[in-house]
Design a protein around this ligand. Structure first.
Ligand code: PEP
Ligand code: MN
Length: 320
């Protein structure tokens, strides 16, 4: 932790600040140089616990934590064991589970085309309350059957806390949507549910906030966390590959990319997916379905089965 000293702080002021820091953080070594005090600790969580008090100390102009200090778990946990067969993960499926029969057909076709996991969303957080909200738990048995028949683990977004344990018990990989990246009670519930969790980055969220949300999943969960970059707007603008690459440096957790929600247009999805794969992403999430024109949500960005199959081949040529 670095505490920048106020300009012109007297040496007695600096000594008083250092003594106050010692009282707040007993045993944490301090080093004074270049107008700042650097404090280290074997328990960097203590910096976040005391941050408000430290920022208020007389003589402290600004306080900053490194990623490793702010997010000690996200910065240090090893890559988790995940329920996917391949190391480059292709998650595919329609935006939401809609009609059971066509969903099952889509699931089998996606598995044949090289998917490793199946999008199986039951709840859709929509900007409009009039828009299709998903079929909810009523569609859980059909989603599960389709996933099992296709031999793919199902992935579904949770939008409230009780859904976490419910979907985990049904064998789902949990997804925290972009709108809920900062829903801390949802993150705790997802962690406690003991299922793998995919964490979307909220549009505009800086890397630190994304990692802090991952830290919640890790603190309350079993370490099986995947980060998913999905761009800075709801439906346009593409992926932030530079930020994704910084995330890959900051954590050993897998980082995947969702070009479908980043682009909002199916014509742009393949190029962005391939760019993410070339940039070193650990996988992609792609919206794909047998009949995108019939989709009640996100059909415009959903690939048909042929397009998905062609993209999956190109991705596998790049990454296994
Ligand atoms: C989704 O993947 O179904 C979704 C709603 O994406 P996002 O949360 O990234 O908008
Ligand atoms: Mn969607």
């Amino acid at each position: 932790m670095k505490i920048l000293l106020e300009k012109g702080l007297s040496s007695s002021g600096a000594r008083a600040l250092s003594a106050a820091l010692t009282r707040l953080l007993p045993g944490a070594p301090q080093r004074v140089s270049g107008g700042a005090i650097t404090v280290t600790s074997a328990r960097p969580e203590s910096f976040s616990e005391k941050l408000a008090l430290i920022e208020n100390l007389p003589g402290a102009a600004a306080v900053s934590l490194s990623d490793a200090e702010a997010c000690p778990l996200a910065s240090s946990v090893p890559p988790p064991e995940l329920p996917f067969k391949r190391s480059f993960i292709i998650i595919a499926g329609p935006c939401a589970v809609e009609d059971a029969a066509s969903y099952a057909r889509t699931a089998r076709a996606l598995a044949r085309a090289g998917a490793d996991a199946l999008r199986a969303a039951l709840f859709k957080p929509r900007s409009s309350p009039y828009a299709f909200q998903g079929l909810g738990l009523a569609a859980l048995p059909a989603a599960r059957r389709a996933a099992r028949a296709a031999g793919l683990p199902p992935v579904a977004e949770i939008v409230d806390t009780p859904q976490a344990a419910r979907l985990a018990a049904a064998g789902f990989v949990l997804q925290i949507g972009a709108r809920n990246m900062r829903n801390y009670e949802l993150l705790k519930a997802a962690g406690r549910a003991g299922a793998p969790a995919i964490l979307k980055r909220a549009p505009g969220a800086p890397l630190r906030d994304w990692l802090l949300s991952a830290e919640y999943l890790l603190k309350y969960g079993d370490g099986r966390v995947i980060l998913c970059e999905r761009g800075d707007s709801f439906g346009r603008g593409g992926l932030d590959l530079e930020l994704m690459e910084r995330a890959m440096k900051a954590t050993a957790l897998p980082v995947i990319a969702d070009p479908s929600h980043a682009c909002g247009r199916r014509e742009q999805v393949a190029a962005q997916a391939l760019a993410a794969a070339r940039a070193g992403a650990d996988g992609v999430m792609i919206e794909a379905a047998a009949d995108p024109s019939a989709a009640l949500v996100d059909g415009r960005q959903t690939l048909g089965l042929k397009e998905f199959s062609a993209l999956a081949k190109k991705l596998r040529a790049l990454r296994k």
